[in-house]
Design a protein around this ligand. Sequence first.
Ligand SMILES: [Zn+2]
Ligand SMILES: [Zn+2]
Length: 193
Amino acid sequence: MAGVDLSFACDCGTLRGTLSGVSPSNGTRAECFCHDCRAAELYAGQPDPAPGAVQVYQTVPDRVRFDAGEDQLAVFSLSEKGLLRWRARCCGALLFNTARSPKLAFASFRTDRLADDAPLGPIKARAFIRKPNGKRGHEGGFKFLAGLVGRVLPRLLTGRWKQTPFFTPDGTPTRDIHVVPEAERSPLYPSKP
Ligand SMILES: [Zn+2]
Ligand SMILES: [Zn+2]
């Protein structure tokens, strides 16, 4: 499916870009209730999503292009091995999550950065949702995983993973990763009972 091109922007409009080939089948729309996604929002100075979720559309880096304000792009991680969370320095808006290696070629896009999210289709997966018994579980996990593998694997085999705005050709992130120090990190998580 060819899909459509959608413009995205940080909240202040300085950092702008385009997602290409957007369709409900070219990516997976999902929402995540996990503590890390929430902590990332809080760290970036964004409104607290809890008890709601963080909305993402999982696509691939070769369908991401930055068009303006790319000097505002920055990246942090909540731990030494955690996901890379790409944000706009100008206003704090979070834009993408990626893996630490470009070979795992996915990019989870924060859909709040779109003017119109209708072309993404319906939400197909919910991660870390609280179940009636109080435990956390997933809905649509198989669909999510199948979509991820179906996009990542061919890119690994064809070398298309190299087409990414997030990493240089030698696999280094295009920005220095700021690992949030423990003292700043722990207040962003719910305290253990
Ligand atoms: Zn999450
Ligand atoms: Zn901004």
